[in-house]
Design a protein around this ligand. Structure first.
Ligand code: SF4
Length: 331
């Protein structure tokens, strides 16, 4: 049910009785009473409104390593909020119950209430995560502005599928971001995910100018794990900055995909390939620890054990063995 009091959206125009949303490259042409592909931006009597503004599907204090961010406030907890909907339709989505449906119970919070909760939990920051938060641009930016006024940091976990102007406005408010780079094959992006690779690459380049960036690739055997594709993914990231950390996470069957889960051996092979181009590549979603070693001398810099983090090899943000600077932001 659309609330008449729903907040008006940014980034839209009208044409022939349709509302055209210009937040993301889908540029949905939305008839009266309908929503765009993401399910949360709705044409009500010729105005694009946000009936899901402030509707929170999940809110929890998480280790920041879970986002995953390994080089930003390691070992800290972060208040994490999620909403409903997504502008992708990945058939392997691990959060499909909130990303592919808007028919789920939520709690309603204002931006100030989210900030107050972060302060009450002694969180250093707010993470916008779980579903695709960028389609809730207006709530996220309002919350991020208030968070900054309260000396909190802002962290975004996203598919990076936004038009350039919105991307710059959103990323300009973020301190750190983890962006999915799900493939280096535009056909895979279009057919399987419902998105486009060039937009995601543009988003990563903008983020590289504005905030701390880490990238995640969910590794699916025989779909995005060829040596050629992994080399292309790592090469592109290196062209932005070879010190951007890349997380290569194991896929496991979820939602519509029933292919076998990715094995630890397959993940470690991918890590090895990507490490030829990048200084910091981490396995994810597999047993064992993902430590940070110095790319110059091999010294153990950061040790991670089940979200317990120590920094035996750091002196400030430099390697305590060879003195090389490490791209890490300590809390
Ligand atoms: S944000 Fe949603 S409504 Fe807007 S263009 Fe993208 S999918 Fe369509």
């Amino acid at each position: 049910m659309i609330r008449p009091s729903a907040v008006t959206a940014q980034f839209w125009s009208t044409q022939d009785h349709l509302v055209i949303c210009t937040l993301c490259p889908h540029r949905c042409r939305i008839p009266d009473g309908s929503s765009g592909r993401c399910g949360v931006r709705v044409n009500v009597n010729g105005t694009l409104v946000l009936p899901y503004y402030g509707k929170i599907s999940s809110i929890a204090l998480d280790p920041i390593e879970k986002k995953p961010l390994y080089h930003y406030y390691p070992g800290n907890q972060i208040l994490s909020v999620g909403f409903l909907g997504c502008n992708f339709h990945c058939p392997f989505c691990q959060n499909y119950s909130i990303s592919q449906s808007t028919d789920r119970s939520t709690m309603e919070l204002t931006p100030q209430e989210v900030v107050n909760k972060a302060l009450a939990e002694n969180s250093f920051a707010i993470a916008y995560t779980y579903n695709e938060p960028s389609i809730h641009f207006e709530f996220v930016t309002a919350t991020a502005d208030l968070a900054r006024n309260s000396s909190l940091k802002n962290v975004l976990v996203t598919n990076g599928h936004l038009e350039k102007e919105a991307a710059s406005e959103l990323l300009g408010r973020m301190d750190a971001v983890n962006i999915d780079l799900k493939s280096y094959d535009d056909e895979f992006y279009r057919r399987e995910l419902g998105g486009d690779l060039d937009t995601v690459k543009q988003f990563i380049r903008i983020a590289g100018e504005l905030c701390h960036v880490e990238i995640t690739t969910l590794l699916i055997a025989e779909r995005n794990d060829s040596e050629e594709e992994l080399t292309a993914i790592a090469g592109f990231i290196a062209s932005v900055n070879p010190q951007i950390p890349l997380h290569i996470s194991a896929y496991y069957p979820a939602y519509h995909y029933t292919y076998d889960g990715t094995t630890p051996e397959q993940v470690m092979r991918a890590v090895k390939i990507a490490s030829t181009k990048l200084d910091y590549v981490y396995p994810g979603n597999i047993p064992g620890e993902a430590n940070t070693t110095c790319p110059t001398c091999g010294n153990l810099l950061v040790e991670r054990r089940a979200y317990q983090v120590t920094t035996p090899g750091l002196h400030g943000t430099a390697c305590n063995s060879c003195g090389a600077q490490v791209p890490i932001v300590l809390g």
